[in-house]
Structure formats: C-alpha cells, structure tokens
Design a protein around this ligand. Structure first.
Ligand code: SF4
Length: 92
C-alpha cells in the first residue's frame, strides 16, 4: 500500500467492514462477466467517504477495481487515468 495515502478517512470506509469481501471490488477471473461490479457499487453508495476514496484513486492512478463507487473507465471519464484494458465494463 502506498504510504502517501491519508488513511484517516479509510477507517470510515464501508468496505472496511469485516463482513464485506474485498474481492468483490475487483474484476473476476472469468472475463466478460457482466454486472460483477454491482454489489461493490451498492456498498459504495452507502459509504460516507466516497468522495475522498474517488479522489485518492484518481491521484494514485488506480485503473482497476471499484473505488469511489466507480469503475476504471468511469473514473477516467471524470479525470482519472485511462485503464489499460480495451473493453469497457458495464457502467451500471
Ligand atoms: S467508496 Fe467504496 S471502495 Fe471507496 S472506501 Fe467507500 S466502500 Fe470502499
């Protein structure tokens, strides 16, 4: 983990709940499984630190996974780095 992150807000993260499987925030091994990101985005919608999470992902150049309630392409459209993969995952 990058030491430059301000970790204060991360203690308030909805995904820090031990009942949440962190793997749901990243694409499954099986390519093309539509809707994989929906459970993670539902958790993000309840998260009180969604904005600092989004800003951190953009600042750190994170292109994979769900951060700030958005996938890599969605963050790219809001100023984040361009993901390396070509296929655009579902935006819902
Ligand atoms: S917005 Fe989502 S990924 Fe970011 S801290 Fe909150 S629950 Fe975790």
């Amino acid at each position: 983990m990058n030491q430059s992150w301000d970790e204060t807000w991360q203690r308030l993260a909805a995904c820090a709940d031990p009942r949440v499987d962190p793997n749901i925030f990243f694409p499954p091994a099986e390519a093309g499984r539509r809707g994989w990101d929906k459970p993670a985005k539902e958790i993000c919608r309840t998260c009180m630190v969604i904005e600092p999470c989004f800003r951190m992902a953009v600042r750190e150049g994170i292109t994979e996974g769900i951060w700030g309630g958005l996938g890599g392409w969605e963050r790219h459209r809001r100023g984040g780095p361009r993901p390396l993969h070509r296929r655009r995952p579902s935006t819902t």
